[in-house]
Design a protein around this ligand. Structure first.
Ligand SMILES: NC(=O)c1ccc[n+]([C@@H]2O[C@H](COP(=O)([O-])OP(=O)(O)OC[C@H]3O[C@@H](n4cnc5c(N)ncnc54)[C@H](OP(=O)(O)O)[C@@H]3O)[C@@H](O)[C@H]2O)c1
Length: 284
């Protein structure tokens, strides 16, 4: 299939924010897009809205990436309806705020379940089809938080570090089948992510980290709410779809955050940690 032909694209977490922006933009370019939401009450109105806006190639499916069977069924349905699956975009995810010490095992599991295993389930369901086609593109959403451990978002960072490692390895494993894998590492964008961030339950009744946590998360929220809307990410995704040999990673977002990502690569770790600690006011 030529790089410029319309492609069949599956986007998880397409009911909001980055996923929704990507779904609309790719459909407006003529790609056949299947976006997902866990909630029928969100997916159905989005189907109607796309029809009203003449985005006839944008469809929504009800999918919870925490459920492997549902993911497999969704991929089967797409192949049945569109005849192929060229691109998967793993966007579904959420954040959690709280200290490493106070985050429970269940909270860590729930985060990895969606942010890491959710992406893995979609990859596993799609790869046999992509291998057979000898063509496919996997786009995994990491984060600037996948390049550096963020205080009071440590486990969110851990899920994105996992996505980074998984994608780097996957690229080398699937290249021989004509399948490419790419990381997108956004900085702060204004989406539903901030309001959906969960707070570690134990932190609500403990004062061990209260002041530092509140201070850091207030900076995080201010940065996110002040971020741009995610259309530039959607345009980046459309450009990646046209590339025969996409890069390993694409960092996108506010200049200061892209500079931070660059500094992390070149500075001694303790210097970088000092800068980050100063920024978040967690020097003691
Ligand atoms: N916004 C940022 O500043 C930012 C920065 C860096 C990275 N990111 C990453 O970008 C991705 C998208 O985030 P966003 O900012 O667009 O957030 P968002 O507006 O909150 O959207 C998150 C999407 O994920 C879906 N979702 C959550 N859990 C799911 C599950 N178990 N199964 C299926 N779908 C699920 C939600 O859909 P339903 O609730 O309808 O199911 C929603 O569509 C995430 O991976 C996030 O980590 C965001």
């Amino acid at each position: 299939m030529s790089r410029h032909h319309p492609k069949t694209v599956l986007i998880t977490g397409a009911s909001s924010g980055i996923g929704y922006a990507c779904a609309r933009h790719l459909a407006s370019l003529g790609h056949t897009v299947f976006g997902t939401s866990r909630q029928p009450e969100r997916a159905l109105p989005l189907c109607v809205k796309s029809a009203i806006e003449s985005l006839t190639s944008l469809h929504f499916l009800v999918v919870d990436v925490n459920d492997a069977e549902i993911v497999d069924r969704a991929v089967d349905e797409i192949v049945e309806r569109a005849g192929r699956l060229d691109v998967i975009i793993n966007c579904a995810g959420f954040g959690i705020g709280g200290s490493i010490e106070e985050t429970s095992d269940d909270e860590v599991r729930a985060l990895f379940e969606t942010n890491v295993l959710g992406a893995l389930r979609v990859i596993r369901a799609a790869l046999p089809i992509m291998r057979k086609q000898r063509n496919g593109l996997i786009i995994n959403f990491s984060s600037i938080g996948g390049l550096m451990g963020l205080p009071f978002q440590g486990f969110y960072s851990a899920t994105k570090f996992a996505i980074e490692g998984l994608t780097e390895a996957l690229r080398m494993e699937v290249r021989r089948f004509g399948v490419r894998a790419v990381l997108i590492e956004p900085g702060d964008f204004s989406t539903g992510f901030t309001d959906r961030r969960k707070l570690v339950t134990a932190s609500e009744s403990s004062d061990t980290y209260r002041d530092a946590q509140q201070h850091v998360l207030s900076i995080v929220e201010k940065d996110e709410r002040g971020g741009k809307s995610p259309e530039s990410i959607a345009r980046l995704v459309a450009r990646i779809l046209r590339k025969r040999y996409p890069r390993v990673r694409y960092t996108i977002g506010p200049v200061a955050q892209r500079i931070a990502a660059g500094l992390k690569r070149i500075l001694p770790s303790t210097w970088f940690e000092w800068i980050l600690s100063m920024y978040y006011g967690v020097r003691s």
